[in-house]
Design a protein around this ligand. Sequence first.
Ligand code: C5P
Length: 217
Amino acid sequence: APAGPLAGRHVLVTAGPTHEPIDPVRYIANRSSGKQGFAIAGALAALGARVSLVAGPVTLPTPPGVTRIDVETARQMAAAVEAALPADAAVMVAAVADWHVADATGQKIKKRADGVPPAIALAENPDILATLVRSARRPALVVGFAAETQDVIALATAKRVRKGCDWIVANDVSGDVMGGADNAIHLITEDGADSWPQLPKAEVATRLAARIAEAIA
Ligand code: C5P
């Protein structure tokens, strides 16, 4: 069995974007690369945790020691998170699409001769984090992420309370964080905000995993 401060602990991590199909060949997506979430999953496994990584569509390699569950849509991600419980902690890094296409068709949408483009109606996706914190099987520590471009600490502090999670990792995405190698984050807890310097995503992951180990080990 693996050694380390998180040996015997199960940690759930979501990462990457979701893809929401329009028809069999088209989808709505976002710019999440999955890098930060995969790095966090790897750092937790390196501390001995059993890690379930629910991953949206990305081409990244699975970190050593991590159990990966691949999903495509937000609704599939919600089901995979539910199926992976119980867990001692959850780190919700995924950039989950807020909406899916309400009437996704099984056939490829054709261009019309009259040139009228199709209308795409959207429907709300489940909020996986909000569902988890209200669940009877809520992990003892739930960590959410918040991507903001302004008033980062104030908005993330409000989001921590609104979402009911224990910590928020607030990302300043006004630069080229999405897809980039570095991340500048503020860790928001009930004690306030701890601002970290800009660091490689692997280093952010190592530090966050160490904080999680202090909290739940
Ligand atoms: O409200 P917002 O999308 O900014 O919240 C971000 C946090 O909530 C992230 O931790 C993200 O993984 C999670 N989330 C989720 N399901 C959604 C939307 C966001 O788990 N449908």
